[in-house]
Design a protein around this ligand. Structure first.
Ligand SMILES: Cc1cc2nc3c(=O)[nH]c(=O)nc-3n(C[C@H](O)[C@H](O)[C@H](O)COP(=O)(O)OP(=O)(O)OC[C@H]3O[C@@H](n4cnc5c(N)ncnc54)[C@H](O)[C@@H]3O)c2cc1C
Length: 557
């Protein structure tokens, strides 16, 4: 395949969520030439997803809160957090939230203090909202920099290295043309991988492609088995955000037959009311609390019946008498969306939400591969087996700033590398290292859908060796059947071929990580290993040792 276009820049920033915008602006302020490539439009990803009205950032209150905040992170993480990154966050977040305005992000500090999800102590929360307004602001701010260019609807498909150092990348532009970028450094800010799951609460551009780019360049992925699942509404409006706080007023969750879903699974001594009350205090599923039975019961029944319709919630009408803002704002918003929790048949099921794991980085966002940085949800950051609410947005700001400062220093030390077009073409040819026979484009679409379905069933809240092994086998068979290189050669199906390649690779990796962790901890629950085990109090590191071969190792790092 011929490549006709080459772009030279100092640094390539991949992704235009909160992390990408922060790092790009910081690098532009340091007078570097910045190219931002983003899969959709500027200011996209989970950061600016229209499905939700606002995002919170949790902020250290004052000096005396620092050890308390650290203790909150440690308690929630079940020993899986990064102490060094958490210390940096707790120290720097109060300053970083003051910089939201500089990047066009509209934020306001909430009155009083609140406990974020999984936090044991209340602290300051900043609320971000108005995604269209933010997009306008970012466009205007970026427009003021001569050397900051944005390529929308452009996908980064591979990183180019010279003696391990990242010196460039291959992109597919909006017309699916391949472009070579020559640069001194790449900052990946590609977000999580929620859309790899059939039912998820992420936009479609959050698909884990940055994880594959980093892995293939030699970086490690860690904590990948800790994925947040939160209940989402399936009926009457699919994919509507569910306010778990309303479960305080829920009498029961029932199956199609009208029988209680919870009663048969509750351990002795835990009442349905108690279980639902605890569940009303946190969004994502966790094995760490007794409320786990709500999500486990749902997923067990889904696996048994293969029905994805969800389960009906039976609410006490008193719910609508609570006039606290927390309730009225949500219930009014639901009503504007045509949903009444008491009057309608409202059903929920577990949806994939955010990833706690990702690329292993140091406190300056370095991935261990020279010239390659990873920030935002893509990185394995301060969170561990559970993630405190409101720390992901904050981490984009804290580590976006630090990565920019380090990258700026790095770029002063290295010379640009001239990438020959033949080298780039060779790399393109190596992108697909497995070759099946099927050349029917419909089969690729079907394989992508199938991967998402397999993952939703086998890699959801309830996991077991039997399910995981069967899922890996099914995905292997899908991969071995397709001739993806054939689809990549054709301009029209190029992005589809890349998506299928990434989905197949990442889903196998996730299922294998879930298989390796033979215990239950935080967001990871194994039906066949229901206890948290001290010997697994280590992080699981994943590396690609040679193209297509992965290693999994538990390490105390
Ligand atoms: C419904 C919901 C509610 C949430 N609530 C909160 C909250 O209240 N507080 C909190 O702290 N966190 C919350 N989170 C998590 C938080 O929103 C995300 O972790 C954070 O915004 C991620 O920002 P990011 O910049 O890392 O990635 P994203 O905002 O997801 O951006 C990723 C970017 O990368 C681009 N991209 C991906 N792959 C490629 C590629 N190969 N080439 C080019 N571009 C690419 C995408 O198009 C996108 O622009 C929530 C998430 C969701 C989904």
């Amino acid at each position: 395949m011929r490549i006709n276009r080459k772009i030279k820049t100092d640094v390539l920033v991949v992704g235009s969520g909160l992390a990408g915008i922060k790092v790009a602006k910081e690098l532009a302020d340091q007078h570097h030439e910045v190219l931002m490539a983003t899969k959709m439009k500027l200011a996209s990803g989970s950061s600016f997803y229209p499905l939700k009205a606002s995002l919170g950032t949790q902020v250290t209150k004052d000096g005396s809160d620092k050890p308390v905040f650290m203790a909150d992170i440690e308690t929630a993480s079940r020993g899986m957090h990064r102490q060094d990154l958490a210390e940096v966050y707790v120290e720097e977040i109060a300053e970083r939230v003051q910089e939201y305005g500089d990047i066009g992000v509209i934020s306001k500090k909430l009155e009083g203090e609140r406990k974020a999800c999984f936090a044991e102590h209340p602290r300051d929360i900043y609320l971000l909202s108005n995604w269209d307004g933010i997009r306008e602001n970012v466009t205007e701010i970026f427009g003021g920099y001569e050397k900051l260019n944005v390529m929308e609807r452009t996908v980064v498909i591979s990183l180019i290295q010279q003696e391990e150092r990242v010196v460039g990348a291959l992109l597919l532009d909006r017309d699916n043309e391949v472009i070579v970028v020559e640069c001194k450094a790449v900052v990946l800010a590609t977000g999580g991988f929620g859309s790899l799951y059939k039912h998820n609460l992420n936009p479609n551009d959050v698909d884990g492609s940055g994880h594959v780019l980093a892995l293939e360049a030699g970086a490690s992925l860690v904590n990948m088995e800790f994925i947040q699942f939160i209940p989402g509404i399936t009926t009457p409006r699919y994919k509507t955000l569910f306010g778990e706080h309303t479960l305080m007023y829920c009498r029961d969750i029932v199956k199609d037959s009208g029988e209680s879903l919870l009663d048969p699974v509750l351990p002795e001594g835990l009442s349905r009311k108690e279980c639902l009350e605890i569940r009303s205090g946190h969004g994502p599923f966790t094995d760490s609390l007794e409320s786990k039975w709500v999500d486990i019961a749902m997923m067990k029944e889904i696996i048994r019946t293969r029905s994805e319709q969800g389960f009906e919630l039976l609410y006490d009408p008193e719910l609508y008498e609570n006039d606290e803002e927390f309730y009225t704002v949500y219930l009014n918003w639901l009503e504007q969306n045509g949903i009444h929790l008491v009057g309608d048949e409202v059903r929920i099921a577990p949806f994939a939400h955010a990833s706690n794991g990702g690329v292993y980085i140091d406190p300056d966002g370095r991935s261990g591969v020279p010239g390659l940085y990873a920030i935002g949800e893509l990185s394995c950051n301060i969170e561990g087996a559970n993630r405190l609410g409101g720390n992901s947005t904050g981490a984009c700001m804290v580590f976006g700033k630090r990565a920019a400062a380090d990258c700026s220093r790095y770029m002063q030390e290295v010379e640009p590398y001239e990438i020959g077009l033949e080298t780039a073409e060779l790399q393109l040819n190596r992108l697909f290292n497995k070759k099946g026979k099927c050349t029917d484009a419909e089969a690729v679409h079907e394989a992508v859908d199938k991967v998402r379905e397999i993952l939703w069933y086998a890699g959801n809240v309830v996991r077991s060796e039997q399910q995981l092994l069967a899922a890996i086998e099914e995905i292997n068979a899908l991969e071995n059947g397709l001739d993806l290189a054939h689809f990549f050669k054709q301009q029209a199906t190029r992005k589809l071929a890349i998506k299928a390649k990434n989905f197949l690779k990442l889903s196998q990796l996730l299922l294998q990580a879930m298989l390796e962790r033979k215990e239950s901890r935080g967001a990871h629950y194994r039906e066949d290993h229901p206890q948290e085990k001290p010997e697994f109090a280590k992080r699981l590191f994943i590396k690609e040792t040679k193209p297509g071969t992965l290693s999994f190792e538990f390490l105390n790092q």
